[in-house]
Write a protein that binds this ligand. Structure first.
Ligand code: 0RA
Length: 462
């Protein structure tokens, strides 16, 4: 079977490529597939987008934007425009290649219809290109379509402007050519979420702003323009960072005093399912807190995972190695911990993994085992080289870490001393000494009020 003729949806009942032309009023295999998919999403929306509250509502936007980000990562799109419209709908426009509009080889419908109505059909048809980006649930734009009261899509491709409309996942206005566009290409998706499904009924500027800014940091060079045309204010903002995650680090360290420059590493290696790319940006500031933000395929992995473990292991090992060899550095007896090494550190770790495995409570913990070793070796090797080439910076880092270590040791000593003193004062009075018993099941405590405001306390060992 050629790649082209593979069924698009594994779970489809009868994905026959040679389905007869559709008779009016009759369902063919393709229709059934669509019906099943779209109804399934509408029946259990939370299973596909997480929840139907504020998070889910905004998640719809991320799913659409992710398709444009994918076009950008594939090198075909430089501009993404997101607008909240006066009627409460939202438009995402990109200057990518445009969703294909030709007849799909096996579905006998325009490819755009397939992309927008069949679950997981958003990817490239020949399987050559894995989807790098992807909302938390990676369900694709067809889910957004299923959960939208209406969706309108305009594609500029092959010199023509094409238009198609849907309601709750079903075509309401078939694909038609509505104009000419010269050599311009791109896709515009406008949708209005189905308010009978969601408990949240408006897009929030702040929420979308934060995510769009983050996406611009994570995908350097991509320009994301965001405008709110609803209500008062009409905010507008453009996110565009040629410096990528290094500018993200600077952004997170705004108003903090940096101790080092922003340090950047990147590299790639073969993983189990293809090439894994890793990018790290880090900077020490004079603060006591640590910021570690990790991403896999643009998804914020709040619970961390193998990329974070790999980074931490490499940081600890490399600083230990360099710091112990350094004159006036870490001493043999100094029990410096990973926490000491991360005090004042801001770090972004961003990896691209072909088939990510997300685990944990909120499915935001990267599970792919090989990623740990890949990140570890990239960071170990490049951080050591950086220290060797920048000994003055390395010295600042080691001294900061020694400071954290000594402060921790001093705090512990002080705590112990204080506790000892307090415990001295808390010891039992002489007449109750023989009541001491460590096993709680063998002790009782009686409170006997002998005077209104002055209860006395008696303890007895049974
Ligand atoms: C499938 C195949 C191709 C592009 C796209 C989908 C595509 C989807 C979206 C969604 C929003 N913007 C988009 N841009 C592109 C590849 C088409 C080709 O080979 O020319």
């Amino acid at each position: 079977m050629s790649e082209e003729n593979k069924p698009i949806e594994e779970t489809s009942a009868t994905p026959q490529g040679d389905a007869a032309p559709q008779e009016p009023g009759k369902y063919n295999a393709a229709n059934i597939q669509v019906l099943e998919g779209m109804e399934a999403v509408r029946k259990r929306p939370a299973m596909y987008i997480g929840d139907t509250g504020e998070r889910g509502y905004h998640h719809l936007v991320y799913e659409v934007v992710d398709n444009s980000i994918d076009e950008a990562l594939a090198g075909y799109c430089t501009l993404i425009d997101v607008q909240i419209n006066p009627d409460g709908s939202l438009s995402v426009t990109d200057n990518g290649r445009g969703i294909p509009v030709d007849m799909h080889p096996t579905q006998h419908r325009p490819a755009i219809e397939v992309v927008l109505t069949i679950l997981h059909a958003g990817g490239k048809f020949d399987g050559s290109n894995y989807k790098v980006s992807g909302g938390l649930h990676g369900v694709g734009v067809s889910c957004v379509n299923a959960l939208s009261d209406w969706m309108k899509v305009e594609v500029k491709r092959g010199g023509k402007v094409h238009h198609i409309e849907f309601s709750r996942g079903h075509v309401t206005k078939p694909l038609e050519v509505v104009g000419e566009c010269g050599d311009e290409t791109g896709t515009k998706v406008t949708f209005f979420p189905d308010h009978s499904i969601f408990s949240c009924h408006a897009f929030k500027w702040e929420i979308l702003c934060n995510r769009l800014r983050e996406l611009a940091f994570l995908n350097k060079g991509v320009k994301i323009h965001f405008k709110d045309n609803e209500g008062e204010g009409h905010h507008e903002e453009t996110f565009h960072y040629e410096g990528g995650i290094d500018q993200f680090t600077e952004y997170l360290n705004t108003n903090k005093k940096p101790l080092t420059p922003v340090i950047h590493f990147e590299g790639e290696a073969q993983g189990v399912t293809g090439t894994v790319q890793a990018e790290v940006s880090m900077q020490y500031t004079d603060t006591y807190s640590t910021i570690e933000q990790t991403y896999c395929n643009n998804i914020h992995t709040i619970e961390g995972g193998t990329h974070l473990s790999g980074f931490r292991a490499a940081l600890t090992r490399t600083i230990n190695k360099y710091g112990r060899a350094m004159k006036n550095g870490i001493k043999e007896k100094d029990n410096v911990t990973g926490d000491d090494m991360r005090e004042g550190l801001t770090v972004i770790v961003s990896v691209k993994v072909p088939q990510p495995q997300f685990e944990g409570q909120t499915k935001t913990k990267l599970g792919n085992g090989e990623v740990q070793g890949i990140v570890d070796s990239i960071v170990s090797e490049k951080l050591m080289t950086f220290f060797e080439e920048n000994p003055a910076v390395a010295e600042v880092v080691v001294n900061k870490i020694l400071l954290a270590f000594r402060a921790r040791e001093a705090a512990r000593a002080a705590r112990e001393k204080t506790r000892k003193g307090v415990m001295d004062g808390l010891s039992l009075p002489g007449k109750l000494k023989d009541c001491s018993e460590r096993d709680a099941s063998k002790t009782e405590l009686f409170l006997a009020a002998t005077a209104p405001r002055r209860p006395s306390c008696r303890c007895a060992a049974r």
